[in-house]
Design a protein around this ligand. Structure first.
Ligand SMILES: [Mg+2]
Ligand SMILES: [Zn+2]
Length: 174
């Protein structure tokens, strides 16, 4: 089984607007598009795991999010990258009505989304990396059993981080 790289979405790959779902708000953050193209050149599977409690809160609906994600995936592809799959958590414990859910196992810091993708795509989490902008992203990566999790700041180079990750964790050392 192969390892993969899991990314948070908002404020990691794209600009965050608090609740991010409008295509008119779409913008890559830092050099994330180049980083995704770089990973694709190494055929590394890339997944997104994203908390979208704006759905539970009623700020936007799943159709809005799917449209945004489709736009993101297309923009990534146009720049030479490839998003294999996107897992999302629409829930929030304080807003159970819209999603019929009080407690879920997918909202980060829980590892549900990463585990689901690992199962669906046969990804070896012992060889996988999680990258996000929040401590809860790191906690989710750890709880899922990822090899390593990286916190990244808004302006930091995603390309530099991905280059380090590839050389350290994905290229077989002899
Ligand atoms: Mg984020
Ligand atoms: Zn959830």
């Amino acid at each position: 089984m192969t390892g993969a790289i899991f990314f948070d979405r908002d404020n990691t790959l794209v600009k965050d607007h608090g609740y991010t779902w409008k295509i008119s708000d779409f913008a890559f953050l830092s050099d994330s598009a180049e980083a995704l193209a770089f990973l694709h050149s190494y055929k590394i599977p890339v997944f997104i795991v994203t908390n979208q409690s704006g759905i539970a809160r009623g700020y936007f609906d799943e159709a809005d999010m799917f449209k945004y994600n489709k736009h993101l995936t297309k923009q990534v592809a146009l720049r030479g990258g490839n998003i294999w799959d996107i897992a999302y958590c629409p829930h929030h414990p304080d807003y159970p009505e819209k999603t019929d859910t009080i407690k879920c196992d997918c909202r980060k810091p829980l590892p549900g989304m990463i585990k689901m993708i690992s199962y669906k795509w046969q990804v070896d989490l012992n060889k996988s990396i999680m990258i996000g902008d929040k401590e809860t992203d790191i906690q989710a990566g750890k709880a899922a059993g990822c090899l390593k999790s990286f916190l990244i700041k808004r302006t930091e180079s995603r390309v530099d981080l991905c280059k380090l990750i590839i050389s350290k964790y994905f290229i077989e050392k002899t």
